[in-house]
Design a binder for this molecule. Structure first.
Ligand SMILES: Cc1cc2nc3c(=O)[nH]c(=O)nc-3n(C[C@H](O)[C@H](O)[C@H](O)COP(=O)(O)O)c2cc1C
Length: 249
């Protein structure tokens, strides 16, 4: 399908890590928040809350918590996307029962899915109004510090954040693994993956060269460094301290 503005914006997505010193007007921010608010959610549970941070000192603190990610302090808006089974627990109580879903992997999985949908809506809406974004999973490096900073109640968890602002950098999109290794037809095709990965390693290295990133690695090398360990080990203990459990069904 050609000439579809929404599809074009989505195809042009790239993360922005340098921002202009230009504030996001309140009506623009409001439009982005409203688009995310309309996101669908499991069982209409509405188990996602946002905390919108614009104060410069608080953004600087979040940048630090996320492992000194300068772009978090630089972008004028940071939105923390919070899995919120506190709000639902109040709904359950108002309905005359006691919530237990937060004690299960299913509970955390469904909240994480809903958080991801809200993240996607925020990004698409931001692109549509001319803003640049980068999601920030780095806030899970020290979840308790985020919980304290944002004043989050029990049964909530800051899963991911998003910086928003006007881009101060140009660039090209990062290549992906082939579409066929992402969207499988009818049955999962495991056989093609080793070849796809080898080819993608070369494509990504070429991309790094093109954009002058001397530190750019092959996909398999960067994934080997990241996924051979639990890179944010505080997530489990912090989630348990917030009242989540993974021992139910
Ligand atoms: C859930 C999630 C968490 C992320 N966390 C970070 C982060 O903490 N810092 C960062 O600079 N980029 C982060 N990213 C951005 C990814 O690195 C980026 O999306 C990926 O490399 C693909 O590049 P692109 O977005 O430019 O296409 C995150 C992306 C997602 C979806």
């Amino acid at each position: 399908m050609n000439n579809n503005a929404t599809l074009d914006l989505m195809l042009q997505h790239r993360s922005i890590r340098r921002y202009q010193e230009k504030p996001v007007p309140p009506d623009v921010l409001d439009a982005v928040l409203r688009a995310a608010w309309r996101a669908p959610g499991s069982m209409n549970s509405q188990q996602v809350s946002l905390v919108v941070v614009q104060d410069a000192a608080r953004r600087a603190r979040i940048a630090e918590i996320a492992g000194n990610q300068a772009w978090v302090a630089q972008a004028p808006v940071f939105i923390a996307i919070v899995a919120d089974q506190y709000k639902t627990s109040l709904g359950v109580a108002a309905g005359g029962a006691q919530q237990t879903v937060h004690s299960s992997v299913e509970g955390f999985a469904t909240a994480a899915v809903d958080v991801g949908i809200v993240l996607g809506n925020l990004m698409t809406a931001a692109h549509a109004v001319g803003l640049g974004v980068v999601p920030i999973g780095g806030i899970r490096r020290d979840p308790q510090a985020m919980i304290d900073l944002l004043g989050l109640p029990k049964l909530t968890f800051p899963l991911v954040g998003l910086t928003l602002g006007y881009a101060a950098e140009e660039g090209c999109c990062k290549p992906r693994l082939p579409l066929a290794s992402f969207a499988h037809a009818e049955r999962y095709d495991a056989a093609r993956l080793p070849q796809d990965i080898a080819e993608y390693d070369a494509v990504l290295c070429q991309h790094w060269q093109q954009i002058g990133r001397a530190d750019g690695e092959a996909w398999s090398a960067s994934l080997a460094a990241a996924y051979s360990r639990v890179y944010f080990p505080q997530v489990g203990p912090a989630a348990r301290a917030q009242g989540f459990g993974f021992d139910g069904e």
